[in-house]
Ligand binder design. Structure first.
Ligand SMILES: NC(=O)c1ccc[n+]([C@@H]2O[C@H](COP(=O)([O-])OP(=O)(O)OC[C@H]3O[C@@H](n4cnc5c(N)ncnc54)[C@H](OP(=O)(O)O)[C@@H]3O)[C@@H](O)[C@H]2O)c1
Length: 225
């Protein structure tokens, strides 16, 4: 039975990812900030505050020697949604980068040996098309640039992890109806998850580097950097 770790599993896309993998018989370990968080039935809960490095270290201790076929760095924040340029402050910038950019890379560092021990060896990252330099727009300076920076860091990481045949995938989930995406989202969570899974599930260490280090839309098309 393959094992997946999903961050930000208590709601939104992370919750839907848990449900989907559980349905297919995977062992699912989901993270949430609160120990009393509700995950889908059958998922194992680990507490993680991605903005706190010691919490990431504790997660690594808890998961020591558990092979993780897929680590899905999904947790994220959009703290400057509808924030005017004039109102954007340092705290918002730094908190956004800590959670969206730094934490996913630190999680990869801390859990690298868990991936290396597994069969599939996949590191998936929920990034955003809003981080594409080509598809840029106005507003959301912190959110957009945190995802652009994540993309760059993951490309470096992909080179670093190539010798271990660990694949790194960057996935835009679409504009999804969640707390973050809002009711105006274009697609539901199930559509997003099914699309992203068809990319992630096709990757294994024995077909490395088939899709390594690309920036995918949920429908399988690629997005320019
Ligand atoms: N929805 C969209 O349209 C859309 C589009 C593009 C990209 N994305 C990306 O997709 C991912 C999931 O988004 P979503 O729409 O599902 O968002 P969501 O419904 O707001 O859920 C965000 C998840 O991240 C967790 N999280 C936030 N800060 C955290 C922290 N410091 N430590 C640990 N977990 C933390 C939240 O936990 P709490 O419940 O404790 O806050 C929650 O589980 C994000 O990376 C987002 O940037 C979403």
């Amino acid at each position: 039975m393959p094992t997946i770790l999903i961050t930000g599993a208590n709601r939104g896309i992370g919750y839907a990812l848990c449900e989907s993998y559980l349905k297919d018989g995977w062992r699912v370990i989901g993270t949430a900030r609160r120990p009393d968080a509700q995950l889908p039935e059958g998922a194992e809960l680990c507490v993680l505050d991605a903005s706190n490095y010691s919490s990431i270290e504790q997660l690594a201790v808890q998961l020591k020697d558990i092979p993780l076929d897929v680590i899905w760095n999904n947790a994220g924040v959009y703290l400057d949604k509808n924030v005017d340029f004039a109102q954007l402050d340092t705290q918002t910038w730094l908190a956004t980068f800590a959670i969206n950019t730094v934490a996913p890379i630190q999680i990869a560092q801390a859990l690298q040996s868990n991936l290396a021990q597994s069969t599939r060896k996949v590191l998936a990252f929920t990034t955003s098309k809003m981080g594409s330099l080509e598809h840029n727009g106005s507003q959301a300076y912190a959110y957009r640039s945190s995802k652009s920076a994540l993309n760059m860091a993951v490309r470096c990481l992909a080179n670093e992890l190539a010798t271990q045949k660990i694949s790194c995938l960057m996935l835009h989930p679409g504009h999804v109806k969640t707390d973050m995406g809002g009711e105006e989202g274009a697609i539901d969570k199930a559509t997003s998850v099914a699309g992203m899974r068809s990319i992630v599930d096709g990757v294994e260490s024995n077909n490395y580097p088939s899709q390594n280090s690309q920036f995918f839309d949920y429908d399988g098309s690629t997005i320019p950097w």
